[in-house]
Write a protein that binds this ligand. Structure first.
Ligand code: PBG
Length: 329
């Protein structure tokens, strides 16, 4: 009889499809990025990220409680810093009473069991919009790493569970691990952005935090001397291996959809939790297409996050987290 194997038998109705489905999305898959600003009663929509907002600390409380009720248990904090507080060394990042430090305490106050991860990088605090200290047109690696270690300790002191260095300096995981341990924070985890590409998909995020590299003489126009070249695949393995050896607890690939080959490479090479950051540009693209009626928002969104998990992600950092969880519950 031709053909003996009929693959369509396993697809003939939703019952059998759900029985053999290999990838199931649950609220436990998500890490929710949150943008925080100074002020009172602020909930401002980010222009290039429809339906995504910056919150002041008082409104952050409500948002965090809502996330918890929806079953979302982890947040990744980013702060928008006033220009007057920015300098080349990101000094404000170390302020024990800075916005990030207060945000960490605020989340823990209303929701002590919420896992709090913090962005560790200079760019929101840098007058030049770079993830590192700028000197004579170059990003200075080792001096930057010292600041990142201090910043991580400061976040741990405020109560962060994990620090998430997103800067791509060499050797920062080791220095951060040493710094945390020497300060007694042996339980504070490190989620390393280990394969972070110099991507044009970060545009809306830089709008959200007003953190784009400035257009000035002697300031690099882009982040290509530290973030990876999107043409490279083997390099992602070298980067990730180094971060694991330096003590990363979780590694990350960023952006998401264009880089799922990298996710699978890491999955096949390393036995460590892998996070994927579905970034702001990926969010903006779908929102724009859906707004025009060109794509079905919910179906495409679910297909995208499922593909990220299927590629090998254990953790998905996504601006869609809330929408997905509402859709599947
Ligand atoms: C910066 C940082 C960026 C993102 C997270 N951390 C932007 C950049 O590297 O310029 C991007 C996230 C997104 O686009 O959603 N340290």
């Amino acid at each position: 009889m031709f053909p003996i194997r009929r693959h369509r038998r396993l697809r003939q109705n939703e019952a059998i499809r759900s029985l053999v489905r290999e990838t199931i999305i649950t609220p436990n898959d998500f890490l929710v990025p949150l943008f925080i600003v100074e002020g009172k009663s602020v909930k401002e929509e980010i222009t290039s990220m429809p339906n995504y907002y910056r919150y002041s600390l008082d409104f952050l409380k409500d948002e965090v409680k809502l996330l918890w009720r929806l079953g979302l248990r982890s947040v990744l904090l980013f702060v928008k810093v006033d220009d007057s507080l920015k300098d080349n060394k990101g000094t404000e990042a170390l302020n024990p009473n800075g916005l990030m430090q207060r945000a960490i305490k605020t989340v823990k106050e209303v929701c002590p069991d919420m896992l709090v991860m913090t962005d560790v990088a200079l760019d929101p605090f840098s007058s030049y919009g770079h993830d590192g200290i700028v000197e004579k047109g170059k990003i200075i690696n080792d001096a930057t790493v010292e600041v990142l270690a201090e910043m991580s300790i400061s976040h741990a002191e405020a109560g962060a569970d994990f620090v998430a260095p997103s800067d791509m300096m060499d050797g920062r995981i080791l220095r951060i691990r040493e710094g945390l341990d020497q300060s007694g924070f042996i339980a504070t985890g490190i989620m390393s952005y280990s394969a972070k590409y110099a991507s044009a998909f970060y545009g809306p995020f830089r709008d959200a935090l007003d953190s784009a590299p400035v257009d000035m003489a002697n300031v690099p126009k882009d982040k290509k001397t530290y973030q990876m070249d999107s043409a490279n695949r083997n390099e992602a393995i070298r980067e990730t291996e180094m971060d694991i050896n330096e003590g990363a607890d979780v590694v990350m690939v960023k952006p998401g959809l264009c880089y799922l080959d990298i996710v699978r490479d890491l999955r096949n090479n390393f036995d460590i939790p892998i996070a994927v950051y579905q970034v702001s540009g990926e969010y903006a693209m779908l929102k724009a297409a859906a707004e025009k009626g060109w794509l079905d928002h919910d179906s495409v969104m679910l297909e995208q996050v499922t593909s990220i998990k299927r590629a090998g992600a254990d953790i998905i950092a996504s601006y869609f987290a809330k929408d997905v969880v509402k859709l599947i519950s």
